[in-house]
Design a protein around this ligand. Structure first.
Ligand code: UT7
Length: 330
């Protein structure tokens, strides 16, 4: 009988830019205040990637380098590299292709996945399937976004939320039952009207008019998205628990997408988890879209133990949402 192969995370890497944009800085840019931002979102500061010619790939590259150092492998030993992002360096080629070039990765195939804030879960599930198939031994899954490139810093309803960052994990085959055990992923394109970018795609290519009308920035109807996110993320995480016969006591960590502290709290409460089991770093980075989940794993890496059951959950543009169950492998 063929042994079941699972995809275990065997290393993590992350990168956040040095430059910080604090709530005090934003108070000078738009009509807002620290008290409103902290109480409504939980964000205190975000990181911003500055510098001419710098894009999302410039954050993925150091994250993947770090991951390789941690695992003791050379980048060229990677078989496949997937980048989840809504802020690719350019529309094409994929940011993953560019990352491979910058790292001298010659033996891999690579592609991007676009699922907004759920991008890392979509990419993790895809990468895990490649490993489970037995065809690929080292698959890197990165989540990265330079949200500052699509944020309108005169719009107080969005500029307070988003930040830049990248995180990456290495997936390798495991035959002892560690790694990605289950995923429930969902999408509903009818939610697109509440959260999207109006121009720059094939429907409305860039024009002087689209630039003047600020249509290359994030358009978000905050309250509508909040309503769907708060139930969507909690419901799917709960569904995953039930499908795997897990009680709150069986779960070591919830790794929630860092969009809004109130959405995180609602998800934890639905799962019956105390706050000590919930990874939160939104105060430091804001919402880094596809990067929030690997950035959490990175920040909490020293508190993870072999065998921990970890539930990752996300909700974002699309709408896309989902939850993944992991058994930590080291
Ligand atoms: O990760 C991708 C998915 N995205 C999300 O999950 C985001 C979901 N949405 C949210 O997190 C929240 O809706 C926001 C943080 C975007 C907004 O919070 P809210 O509690 O929904 O605020 P609101 O839009 O209902 O606005 C309440 C009030 C309004 O004033 P009035 O009409 O009550 O006088 C806004 O104009 O707060 C005002 N407001 C602000 N005040 C100070 C909106 N933005 C700000 C601001 N500073 N930055």
């Amino acid at each position: 009988m063929r042994t079941k192969i699972t995809a275990a995370i065997t290393a993590i890497g992350a990168y956040v830019p040095e430059d910080k944009l604090t709530n005090a800085d934003l108070e000078k840019m738009v009509d807002t205040n620290d008290e409103w931002i902290v109480s409504r979102t939980g964000v205190k500061e975000r990181r911003i990637l500055k510098g001419e010619g710098k894009g999302t790939s410039d954050m993925v590259v150091p994250a993947v380098k770090l991951l390789c150092e941690k695992r003791g492998i050379q980048p060229n030993e990677i078989d496949c590299l997937i980048v989840a992002t809504v802020t690719p360096d350019m529309l094409f080629p994929s940011t993953a292709n560019l990352v491979c070039d910058k790292l001298g990765i010659k033996n891999a195939w690579s592609f991007d996945i676009l699922a907004a804030c759920s991008g890392f879960l979509y990419a993790l599930t895809t990468g895990a399937a490649l490993v489970e198939s037995g065809r690929y031994k080292r698959v890197v899954v990165a989540g990265a976004d330079k949200m500052s490139s699509i944020v309108d810093y005169s719009d107080r309803t969005t500029c307070i939320i988003f930040g830049d960052g990248a995180g990456a994990v290495l997936l390798e085959p495991n035959i002892d039952g560690y790694g990605v055990l289950d995923s429930i992923l969902k999408s509903d394109g009818s939610g697109g009207k509440h959260l999207h970018m109006k121009a720059g795609g094939s429907v409305k290519p860039a024009s002087i008019e689209s630039v003047t009308n600020k249509e290359h920035f994030i358009y978000q109807e905050g309250q509508a998205v909040f309503k769907f996110a708060v139930t969507g993320m909690a419901d799917v995480a709960y569904e995953l628990m039930q499908r795997n016969n897990l009680e709150a006591d069986d779960i070591a960590w919830l790794v929630p997408h860092q969009a809004n502290k109130r959405i995180i709290d609602a998800t934890a409460s639905r799962m019956g988890l105390p706050e000590e089991k919930v990874m939160v770093n939104i105060q430091h980075y804001g919402n880094t879209t596809a990067a929030t989940l690997p950035l959490c794993l990175w920040d909490y890496r020293k508190q993870l133990n072999k065998g921990d059951n970890i539930v990752l959950a996300a909700f974002g543009g699309g709408f896309t949402w989902g939850a993944t169950l992991l058994k930590w492998a080291y």
